[in-house]
Design a protein around this ligand. Structure first.
Ligand SMILES: *Cc1c(COP(=O)(O)O)cnc(C)c1O
Length: 370
């Protein structure tokens, strides 16, 4: 008998847990045929505020918009620069770009692959307005050290897309900076059944501005006082997000248990470098990223053997064609570039079984040889 493939992410398990609740919630929306904003969206927003202890959650259409609107609400745009790590998903830098500002990239620390405060010092210039720490793979970047490195005049805009439920020194992602943007893309720790996102902030005035920006620049129908966007969290998605949010704590605990088992099974295996948790962080393991030599061969072999590992991300932001005009070259960010050739994401999702975890490790050991 051939064993079933172990997927990188299995969203079916989550759906089975909430299917009845979602069906009921959707029926109620469909009965009223009220599909934009409405009580389901504010119910979710208030629930996310209680979950995180952050004062304001404003639902928007996706994570990229959340970051763009956060920057725009701070009046960041053309003529400004925002410091962004080179080791992130493209959307962090894209959001900066879309405001008209220039993303100034910096390298990451070699242990956690998070934005490196010592690199920020050199990147700050007269046009710098903000730093965008990215809470990559499920743990928070050292926001307080990054803020110190940048100086008091800079805003901190956190990219929380991979960190729903993550804390640093007990504070949820989005609460250490001025504002944060998060994503509810289906595969995130808190994922919708389509696109979604939110802006998070303790600053009520900023939250009010985001409410305008997401809804054509209007707080009262047909009165438009500023250039707005259409970027709202969908009502049907809010139903899904509320159902999932009620379980997010236990689902993140399942991810943590899976990470511990990987760590245990790979202890003492020198050819696989396992990820570590930075001091003060509660890591929610959006991704479990190990490092190996000959990564491309290892990945190919694992997939052949029925384990769908992945790479997050194979091409660093500064080497993407879309940012060619920024003038970066190979060699500019050595830590990020070295990581890009070694990183390997192992299957990680709530509901992953012990036998699946064991199989992933068996296959990884075989693929890396000895
Ligand atoms: C997913 C993600 C985003 C973008 O979110 P979307 O909802 O897909 O627009 C931004 N930053 C990071 C680090 C992400 O992982």
């Amino acid at each position: 008998m051939t064993e079933a493939t172990v997927p990188l992410v299995d969203l079916g398990w989550q759906h089975r847990e909430i299917a009845v609740e979602v069906a009921m919630g959707w029926d109620s929306v469909l009965d009223r045929t009220a599909f934009i904003l409405g009580p389901e969206v504010s119910t979710f927003e208030r629930a996310y505020e209680s979950f995180t202890g952050l004062g304001n959650c404003v639902g928007v259409a996706n994570g990229t918009d959340a970051l763009e609107l956060a920057l725009r609400a701070l009046d960041i745009g053309t003529g400004h620069e925002v410091i962004v790590p080179a080791n992130t998903f493209v959307a962090s830098a894209l959001a900066v770009r879309r405001t008209g500002a220039v993303p100034v990239l910096v390298d990451v620390d070699p242990v956690h692959l998070l934005m490196d405060p010592s690199c920020v010092v050199d990147a700050v210039g007269p046009k710098t307005r903000a730093i965008m720490p990215v809470h990559l793979f499920g743990q928070m970047a050292p926001v307080e050290d990054l803020a110190d490195a940048g100086g008091t005049d800079l805003h901190i805009v956190e990219d929380c897309a991979q960190a729903q439920g993550a804390t640093r020194a007990g504070v949820h992602a989005g609460g250490l900076g001025r504002v944060g943007g998060t994503s509810f893309y289906p595969g995130k720790n808190l994922g919708a059944y389509g696109d979604g996102g939110a802006v998070l902030t303790m600053d009520d005035e900023l939250a009010h501005r985001i409410c305008l920006l997401r809804n054509y620049g209007s707080i009262q129908k047909y009165v438009h006082d500023e250039l707005g966007f259409n970027s709202r969290l969908d009502t049907l998605q809010a139903v899904v997000l509320s159902a999932k949010l009620a379980r997010l704590g236990s689902w993140n605990a399942e991810r943590q248990a899976a990470a511990s088992r990987y760590e245990q099974l790979l202890a003492g295996v020198d050819r696989v470098v396992t990820p570590t948790v930075a001091c003060g962080n509660n890591h929610v393991w959006h991704l479990y990223v190990v490092r190996v030599a000959n990564r491309d061969d290892v990945l190919r072999r694992m997939v052949e053997l029925g384990v769908n590992a992945g790479i997050h991300y194979p091409i660093p932001v500064h080497l993407l064609g879309t940012f060619a005009d920024l003038g970066y070259r190979p060699g500019d960010f050595p830590v990020t570039e070295a990581a890009a050739s070694e990183i390997l994401s192992l299957p990680m999702f709530p509901g992953i079984s012990e036998s699946q975890l064991d199989r992933v490790v068996d296959v990884l050991l075989e693929a890396t040889g000895s």
